[in-house]
Write a protein that binds this ligand. Structure first.
Ligand SMILES: [Zn+2]
Length: 286
């Protein structure tokens, strides 16, 4: 490995770097500055506005639980697969040991892993729903997240119910190596089985959706929709720019760019997501 000894570390960083302009979670505290328009806002007003800036419509990142609250009928969500726990099969360690990272993310999010799923209702219609939690290790997909997604599709198949997945992920979880990449095939296999029932699968892309998640089940929806200005792609724009040594077009890999280039079917404002889902599911199922 001598040949690698003098190589500089490429300047590629983790999910925080690829987030670009909006690395922001839903604000805490009374005052908050919008990262897009720099307006100083009152947090309760932002919260009332579904964590969207009332001045410029910037969509703050929200937790998986809040997302479920916004999409499902009140009290209708029943969470599933809460007891699955991953293991450190590679005894992986970078600047921190994998079990330490898991422990920190678990105490921060109060979740066992980066995905919340279960059965809910959207305007009275039963759906299988799953939501990524980006605050848990960048929403990365390891064995537990992959298994939970496969189970969402399996329940959808068994009950002949539509599947809605809300995506926010940096991709496969590197700490689980090949086992995390295997989840790409597993989730797609479960989706393929689900398709035989001819009920819809609707992925909702939120900021950011990249890597192994974008490259597996994410884009295989019957109607692919995204929130405004979400970063969506396989490799992040910084990696592509460094590889190609070319300047990328403005808004490259953002929702609006993808819609223009035929990769998405629609961009839906957070306020419109629930009625949009209701309309699309009604159109495809009734
Ligand atoms: Zn704003």
């Amino acid at each position: 490995m001598v040949i690698f000894k003098d190589r500089k570390t490429p300047g590629i960083k983790g999910p925080k770097e690829i987030e670009g302009k909006n690395p922001v979670v839903a604000p805490q505290g009374f005052w908050v500055k919008c990262p897009e328009c720099s307006e100083i806002l009152q947090q309760p007003k932002v919260g009332e506005n579904l964590d969207v800036c009332p001045e410029c419509e910037f969509h703050f990142r929200i937790s998986a639980r809040r997302r479920i609250e916004l999409l499902c009928d009140p009290g209708a969500f029943v969470e599933k697969d809460t007891s699955l726990l991953t293991t450190d099969i590679l005894e992986f360690s970078d600047s921190q040991k994998y079990p330490d990272r898991l422990k920190a993310s678990r105490s921060k999010t109060r979740l066992n892993d980066a995905f919340v799923s279960g059965e809910g209702k959207v305007k009275g219609r039963s759906v299988q729903i799953g939501v990524f939690e980006f605050s848990f290790m960048g929403g990365s997909m390891g064995m537990v997240v992959g298994e939970k997604i496969a189970r969402v599709f399996d329940r959808g198949t068994k009950k002949k119910q539509p599947v809605v997945l809300v995506l926010a992920s940096g991709g496969a979880r590197m700490q689980e190596g090949i086992m995390s990449l295997m989840q790409m095939a597993k989730t797609v296999a479960a989706l393929n089985n689900f398709r035989k029932k001819q009920v819809p699968y609707i992925p909702i892309f939120t900021h950011p959706t990249t890597g192994g998640v974008a490259a597996s089940f994410a884009f295989l929806g019957d109607v692919n929709i995204a929130e405004p200005n979400a970063l969506i792609g396989f490799a992040g724009p910084r990696v592509i720019q460094q590889t190609l040594s070319e300047k990328l077009p403005p808004k490259f890999q953002r929702s609006e760019f993808l819609l223009e280039h035929g990769m998405l079917d629609g961009i839906v404002h957070r306020k419109e997501l629930r009625p949009y889902l209701d309309r699309v599911l009604g159109f495809l199922m009734d």
